[in-house]
Ligand binder design. Structure first.
Ligand SMILES: *Cc1c(COP(=O)(O)O)cnc(C)c1O
Length: 474
């Protein structure tokens, strides 16, 4: 109803008057007084500006105003870290949180979060315990070695290994393995920070055993091998065989360390995937210490695992930096639950989400694309600039620097504009999909916006994906 008195109609309510109204009280109870008051103030300022611009036509609509307050408060308090649909075609996408974990792992974490646990408490003797023991038995059982340590990530594992075994001494690495792993992790830099003097040997493409042999001095603390997980040296190449490198190190009484990067506890060829070196193989080849990630191919939480000889593990444990790099109870609970799944390799494909996603066949993914296609077609033809959506073959990446040259045969849906459209159309479409209630992350290829469906394997998630397509706006 329009208020007959123009002055009253223009008058804006005070903040206090609004705060004492019933519907605002509900907002105060949900979002707190301070946030609600601030939001009312900000929105009232907007109203005041409107009134100043066009006093004649202005009318304060209280119900509408409160609804706007609610929307604003919801937006401000929405979690910053949100679920997204990873249709990027990269399974272990570092920027999207790498491995998605099984429900059984999440359940174990929930218990560790909400109840006291025997994290560093020996239930037998009632004395202080060691937090890594909860997972050490699984790691050594699955990977070999006679001791294991867990830290925050593999970068920390490499740092801790070098700092514990090589500080103020020299570590020999092949020039072909001085890699950078995204962001700021570069082997030469990490060595410097660990207080180790890097001794580079060989060349980018060829390094021989004698290169290592000639570099050994009384100051040498270790020989290190870095798995060049995110790039491949092809053609005229040579690397010293691991067995011989290990033997050379042992002749001189120094350890042979291997940074595997990804590291996998089972032979991936058994699952139809390209081979990835395992810690067990590295240890069998003579490595004294192996480091690898928890959230790459292993499919678990962010962690760095060190496994190997007891005396080296003991030296690493004694390093005060272990305390600075240690993992929390949630990570240990997740690793414990995950590693137990690896004791039954026959069920890995069913139970470990990352392996399930990596082993989906193109035929299966294509079938899913056919189910989803009509809904996507509907959504994109309703846009102002129309687009055409069709099923295409894609190649998924494993991601996180694992197995860079191999791509997995996959399928997706490519969207291209019909008729004349701006060249930036694919960018706009990509932005529109990211703006959905559950943001959809795809990739752009040859002017088309492509969604690779490998990582949308859950029926409930597919339903959620389809249901929100109605809200697609350019
Ligand atoms: C990924 C990787 C690292 C770093 O591991 P994060 O778990 O990401 O810290 C180190 N070395 C190699 C060879 C890697 O592939």
């Amino acid at each position: 109803m329009v208020n007959p008195d123009p002055a009253a109609r223009r008058a804006l309510p005070s903040v206090d008057r609004l705060l004492s109204s019933g519907p605002v009280a509900a907002l105060v109870s949900q979002f707190g007084r301070a946030m609600t008051t601030d939001t009312i103030r900000t929105l009232l300022q907007g109203q005041r500006e409107k009134l100043a611009q066009n006093a004649g036509a202005f009318e304060f609509d209280e119900a509408h105003f409160i609804a706007d307050c609610k929307t604003s408060l919801e937006k401000q308090t929405r979690p910053s870290l949100r679920p997204v649909f990873n249709l990027s075609g990269t399974v272990l996408h570092t920027n999207l949180g790498r491995a998605v974990m099984p429900q059984s792992v999440a359940d174990a974490v929930m218990i560790a979060m909400t109840r006291p646990v025997n994290l560093e408490f020996d239930l037998g003797g009632g004395a202080r315990g060691e937090r890594d023991t909860h997972v050490e038995k699984w790691i050594t059982r699955l990977a070999g070695g006679d001791g294991a340590v867990v830290v925050n990530n593999n970068a920390a594992a490499v740092y801790l290994a070098l700092n514990s075994l090589g500080a103020k001494k020299e570590v020999i690495v092949s020039r072909g393995e001085l890699i950078e792993i995204g962001g700021a992790f570069r082997i030469p830099d990490i060595m410097k920070r660990a207080g180790v003097k890097l001794v580079e040997v060989g060349t980018t493409n060829r390094t021989h055993l004698k290169d290592f042999a000639e570099a050994i001095t009384p100051r040498t603390a270790a020989i290190m091998k870095v798995h060049t997980s995110n790039y491949a040296v092809q053609g005229f190449t040579a690397a010293a065989p691991e067995v011989e490198l290990a033997a050379l190190a042992h002749e001189h009484g120094i350890p042979y360390i291997v940074d595997l990067g990804s590291g996998m506890l089972v032979n991936l060829e058994d699952y139809g995937l390209p081979h990835e070196p395992t810690p067990r193989e590295a240890l069998a080849n003579g490595a004294d210490l192996v480091t690898f990630s928890g959230d790459k191919l292993l499919g678990g939480p962010q962690a760095g695992l060190l496994v190997g000889k007891k005396d080296l593990i003991a030296r690493i444990r004694k390093n005060p930096m272990k305390r600075a790099l240690r993992v929390d109870k949630m990570t240990l609970a997740a690793l414990d639950a995950l590693l137990r799944l690896y004791t039954n390799p026959d069920k890995l494909r069913e139970e470990v989400t990352a392996i399930r996603l990596l082993t989906r066949t193109r035929a299966e993914i294509r079938e899913q694309c056919e189910r989803v296609l009509p809904y996507l077609q509907n959504a994109v033809t309703a846009l102002v600039t129309r687009a055409d959506a069709k099923i295409v073959d894609t190649g998924s990446q494993i991601g996180s620097g694992s197995l860079p040259v191999d791509s997995l045969p996959s399928a997706g849906i490519a969207m291209t504009p019909t008729g004349k459209a701006a060249r930036s159309f694919a960018d706009k479409l990509s932005q529109a999909f990211r703006a959905m209630p559950v943001p959809v992350i795809g990739h752009i290829r040859e002017g088309a916006f492509v969604l690779d469906f490998r990582c949308l394997d859950r029926v409930d998630h597919e339903r959620e994906f389809v249901a929100q397509l109605k809200q697609l706006r350019l």
